[in-house]
Design a protein around this ligand. Structure first.
Ligand SMILES: Cc1cc2nc3c(=O)[nH]c(=O)nc-3n(C[C@H](O)[C@H](O)[C@H](O)COP(=O)(O)OP(=O)(O)OC[C@H]3O[C@@H](n4cnc5c(N)ncnc54)[C@H](O)[C@@H]3O)c2cc1C
Length: 469
């Protein structure tokens, strides 16, 4: 009889874990609370019939660059990456935009006086993306697989985004780097924020920032399809409230965050381990809006139409002030807005001639503030007439996000704060293991953290299999 494993939660990490376990010959059952699999990788008709919106994630630099996803036959199950002509654009108040070109040589030319510095900073990691990714998309190790490369990264990465941006002479390049670093939800003066900026820029040149044809759901469907081929079974609308609901499994793998794990299985753990989980901290939340649009966004800088992702927030100092306010528990007057306009590159997202867009800004965890006027003012600032193009919108407060995916605690999209201590010990020094030898965690609350790459699930399943064999 083959051994049996269950996975609670069918987000990308739960599905990745399930696939690794099924590949190893275990019989795998996945239980998912929502009516469809995918967690924050789902596409839903959130506004009007025919408009297909990505509920959570939308753009996949780490998905396209994931060694694990690349090892799976996902294209046979319908996954097709679409690359916009440039990965990201960042409009400025003078009516122009800084556009980050995908090709590093083109980026060097287009960034003018900063092109050389940009290229020198990124090139070592772009050229060795797979080596680099295999070290950064796993728990931090004292002995990395590529020590010289990682030492080189570490020198820059421990610096703040503000220090790294200090290398650039032009305000334009500094603004571009601010937008990349602000994905971290860290203040741009904080340690590790520079690493995030680089971790966003490097794949832009190495693998791109693609979107899946048909939306995020295509990635989830491909993972589910391959898991089914391996014999794995997924039960949707099956929320696990208490661990006693589960029948006997040799291994229980949880794609949930520490707070949920404590509620479901707290009494299975030792008291010290429970205390460690209770100390886990969540990061800022997001306030998100999905738009059905009558036309493309009327950017003043037409170059913005070349990029699926647009960073809306102006100069470095403004982006930094927005993120600093959120870290201090405040709501910025001029929030930094991350915006994606997928239908420009994938017509399947909406009815013919119509467009979709997705935008969010960071807010304090659990915020109830209505950020809609401020978020739209920021878009209008760089795209006058934007509001006139809105046919319908769906607003998600942090609490609304959590009702559709219980892992988005207080609107935190990263599975927990990613500051220095939770970067090293995520969620505890045991990483994937718990004090119960049959229970493992595999969500983005484990290394390497947030983002759709499946590597939390991959490493969690490998760690569990190593203990079992
Ligand atoms: C608005 C938003 C925008 C984002 N943008 C991007 C982006 O563009 N690119 C990117 O790479 N990343 C992005 N992310 C982050 C990325 O989506 C997450 O890091 C990733 O989905 C984490 O995967 P996961 O499997 O750990 O958790 P999730 O995707 O959250 O999946 C967890 C699953 O577990 C289920 N679950 C929870 N509790 C239970 C229970 N008790 N019983 C059964 N099932 C349960 C949930 O319903 C969910 O399906 C974004 C996230 C959000 C929300």
């Amino acid at each position: 009889m083959s051994r049996r494993a269950c996975v609670i939660g069918a987000g990308p990490n739960g599905l990745a874990a399930a696939i690794v376990l099924a590949q190893a010959g275990l019989r795998v059952d996945v239980f998912e609370a929502e009516p469809t699999a995918g967690g924050a990788v789902r596409t839903l008709e959130l506004t009007l019939p025919g408009f297909r919106h990505d509920f959570g994630s939308a753009v996949y630099p780490l998905g396209a660059g994931s060694r694990f996803f690349a090892s799976l036959p996902l294209s046979e199950y319908g996954l097709e990456w679409i690359h916009s002509s440039a990965p990201v654009a960042h409009p400025l108040d003078d009516g122009t935009a800084v556009v980050l070109e995908g090709d590093l040589g083109d980026a060097r030319r287009s960034l003018g006086e900063d092109g050389k510095s940009w290229s020198e900073l990124m090139r070592p990691f772009v050229e060795r993306w797979h080596d680099f990714a295999s070290d950064v998309l796993r728990p931090v190790s004292l002995i990395p697989k590529h020590p010289l490369l990682m030492a080189r990264f570490g020198i820059n990465a421990l610096r703040s985004a503000s220090t790294i941006a200090g290398r650039f002479r032009s305000e334009r390049t500094r603004a571009l780097f601010a937008g990349l670093a602000a994905h971290s939800t860290l203040g741009l003066e904080e340690v590790l924020s520079g690493a995030f900026g680089m971790l966003m820029a490097i794949p832009a040149h190495a693998v791109g920032w693609p979107i899946p044809r048909g939306g995020a759901q295509s990635l989830t469907n491909a993972l589910c399809g391959y898991l089914a081929k391996l014999g794995g079974k997924i039960s949707t609308s099956s929320r696990l409230e208490r661990i006693e609901q589960l029948s006997d499994y040799d291994l229980q793998m949880f794609d949930v965050t520490p707070r949920q794990l404590l509620a479901i299985a707290g009494e299975r753990f030792t008291q010290p381990f429970r205390r460690q989980l209770q100390r886990f901290r969540y990061g800022p939340g997001v306030f998100k809006v999905d738009y059905a649009l009558s036309s493309p966004i009327p950017w003043r800088a037409g170059e913005c139409l070349r990029a699926a992702t647009v960073h809306v927030g102006g100069a470095f100092d403004e982006v930094a002030a927005s993120e600093k306010a959120v870290r201090a528990g405040l709501h910025p007057e001029r929030p930094f807005v991350l915006l994606v306009q997928p239908s420009l590159f994938d017509p399947s997202r909406g009815p013919s001639g119509k467009q979709t867009a997705w935008a969010y800004c960071h807010v304090p965890n659990g915020s109830t503030e209505n950020m809609l006027p401020r978020l739209e003012s920021q878009i209008e600032r760089f795209a006058p007439g934007f509001r006139d193009c809105v046919v319908a919108r769906k607003v998600f407060s942090p609490a609304d996000l959590e009702t559709k995916d219980a892992n988005l605690v207080g609107g935190d999209i990263g599975g927990g704060a990613l500051d220095a201590s939770q970067f090293l010990f995520r969620p505890t020094w045991r990483h994937y293991a718990t004090s119960d030898p049959g229970i493992y965690l595999c969500s983005s609350s484990t290394p390497p953290g947030g983002g759709v790459h499946g590597m939390c699930g991959y490493h969690a399943a490998r760690a569990a299999l190593a203990k079992f064999s």
